[in-house]
Design a binder for this molecule. Structure first.
Ligand SMILES: Nc1ncnc2c1ncn2[C@@H]1O[C@H](COP(=O)(O)OP(=O)(O)OP(=O)(O)O)[C@@H](O)[C@H]1O
Ligand SMILES: [Mg+2]
Length: 235
């Protein structure tokens, strides 16, 4: 399988006054093109930190982050921002949508960030929001809003989507619908997905499960067949 990202011996230390706190300690991992990786681990184990350094939102203290062989950890801020804008998509627990724009317009804003020419209607359809295209954010449920943010991220056709607790604010039924949208995007568009969660059921929708504890990867497990999000146990 083709390696899209290689994380090599990454360390992250947060400096708090005189003491350093080690959030990541010698983390190495390869991300394959087109796969869904789910990162699991208890609170404080370093999941978000790992996601942030892989996606260039934060800096490593030591180590390499290679995208197709290029070490982005060495990029200066401007170049890093450009790289992120062009290649990466983000989904967070909170949706960060533009309230004064409707669904279609929010997705359009996402498209304007990327270079790829995309069919906005088709993307809105992929996340199942065709009926809601003209609605404003306050007219949508939490799950629908999260699907708008997925559509917005997909609209620039990113090579990788980073999802930090994408269902953290959602109930089981809505959360599963959102996960289905992510899996469908992966299947239809080939988008590589890295999903962080502390819900172990979600791990079953992925191809590989990475377990973290105390800033280290403690296990990487292959999932032979992905489970349909509708069928996973919740929590
Ligand atoms: N900006 C920061 N400054 C100092 N310490 C930080 C900072 N961000 C995170 N940490 C520390 O790094 C460790 C890892 O935090 P991280 O946010 O990566 O955990 P997490 O696995 O995402 O947890 P959660 O499941 O609660 O979101 C924690 O001990 C946290 O307190
Ligand atoms: Mg976190």
């Amino acid at each position: 399988m083709e390696n899209l990202i290689e994380i090599q011996n990454v360390y992250k230390t947060y400096q708090l006054g005189k003491v350093g706190s080690q959030a990541l300690s010698d983390v190495s991992l390869c991300v394959h093109k087109g796969e869904i990786i789910v990162i699991l681990g208890p609170s404080g184990s370093g999941k978000t930190t790992l996601l942030n350094v892989i996606s260039g939102l934060d800096r490593v203290s030591k180590g390499k982050i290679l995208y197709k062989g290029k070490n982005i950890a060495k990029y200066r801020d401007y170049r890093m921002t450009q790289f992120r804008k062009k290649n990466l998509g983000f989904i967070f627990q909170t949706y960060n949508l533009l309230e004064h724009l409707n669904v279609y317009e929010n997705v359009l804003v996402g498209a304007s960030l990327g270079k790829a020419k995309v069919d906005i209607d088709q993307i809105i359809d992929t996340v199942g929001l065709k009926r809601h295209k003209k609605k404003y954010m306050h007219q949508l449920s939490g799950g629908e809003q999260q699907r708008v943010s997925i559509a917005r991220a997909l609209a620039k056709n990113p090579s990788v989507m980073f999802c930090d607790e994408p269902t953290g604010a959602l109930d089981e039924k809505t959360g599963k619908i959102v996960l289905k949208s992510l899996v469908e995007a992966n299947e239809k568009l080939g988008t590589t997905m890295i999903i962080v969660t502390h819900n172990p059921g979600i791990a079953l929708i992925g191809d590989r499960i990475v377990r973290m504890n105390s800033g280290k990867i403690v296990e990487v497990k292959e999932n032979k067949s992905r489970m349909n999000p509708q069928e996973i146990p919740w929590g």
